[in-house]
Design a protein around this ligand. Sequence first.
Ligand code: BGC
Length: 483
Amino acid sequence: MKTAANNRVKTPPAPSSAQPQSVGQIMTPWLWLVLVVVLFAGALFGYDQGVISGALRGIKSTFTLSPLVIEVVTSWVTLGALFGSLAGGELADQFGRKRTVLIAGAMFTLGALVQAFAPDTVILVAGRLVVGAGVGVAAVAAPLYAAELAPTAVRGRFVSCYQLAITIGIFLAYLVDGWLSPSGAWRVMLGASAVPGLLLFGVALAAPRSPRWLMMMARRPEAAAELRKIRPGADVEPRLDAIAKALRQEGDRASWGEVFQQEWHRPLMIGIGLAVFQQITGINAIIYYADQIFSSAGFTTQASQTTVTTWAIGAVNVLATLIAIAFIDRLGRRKLLLAGLIGMGISLIVVGVAFQFIVNNAAGAAAAAGPSAAGVVTLFALVGFIICFAFSMGPVVWTVINEVFPGHIRGRAVAVATAVNWGSAFLVSQFFLSVIGAIGDSLTFWLFALFCGVAWVWIYFRVPETKGLPLEQIQQLWMEPGK
Ligand code: BGC
């Protein structure tokens, strides 16, 4: 009989050549530099995405904004990111991963300055678009750069550091919102990211180039030089031979058409599926609308909402991402994803149940009573959700997206998955409040919980374990029949 266990994807054993090494042994100064690049890129992504909610109040008092312009100012970063990520894949393949990160750094800086000095809303929106495009380009180039430069044994941790940086950026944005939004200093809030933008540019300038990309460009001597920086004293030739062999099997750099060929359907579906599930399980509804959810749950003052959002959502998100960094290369991607989704689903069900009581009691509740028991349960359940997302669907999704594709389609395929991720984020954040208006809070959270269940089943059957496999070996998975 064919059982579910037989059906699910098999995980090939890790190569025997993988020697256990401590992080201290693996991490050379050049690799630390790569890590700093990745951290800056992620932090800018998180900050630029998160800061707008606090800046809006000040912007509204400077310019007269119609509701439509408010929406545009808020959401066009996401739109810019969608197009930026598609262009990012092209740039990463044409000009290399490192130069693409440089371009992103320049865009962050330029966009931040344009916003800070905007004399009117048209220029402000133009600045938002430039920053958004920078976010999109960085969202493709930085994890790709991390995945290609990281030694196999720490690849998951490297890419998860990118997620850690996103969460730090969101947390900083919440903090800055708390400090500066009462004074309405929106130009400082938006302009502040010019500094890390410049720093990103400076650090990326000094960082090594991706040996894999250089090999793709048939520049083996340069690839050898970069690899020697990352692995001083090691014989780099066997590694370069392995990359060359993988590249030969793959053929030339693919056209857009090839990215969508039958041969690569499996990894493409995995990349796109994970990108969509990361968003439709509700993370950004909570990140963007935490204040409003807490307000419905009985946290009536602006100060109490800002405090819970900053610490219960922002800080917890950062801390729980450290769990992923500790375990992703030990437990593997699948275990974290499957465990995290169970926790996310249960938390969302509890939030939905709590909202039943909140809604039922709302009419009779005294306005000044503060959060009810159901409000406190909502708070704890949302903290539970954030913890579970932060060790699973956040970092692991970006890690897997950046390792499943063969080199010749990697840039473009990662770009497609990232653009789909931004498109889904845009839709969820755009329609979350309308969906609540149409079907109510409880059903909305239960809908997210349902998507967690669907994601769990799909991952169980479709996503293989990639822990400990060199990138070249992961692509073999898709060439074997029946997998
Ligand atoms: C997601 C973002 C989200 C962030 C929250 C990232 O992995 O792509 O959309 O806002 O995690 O920590």
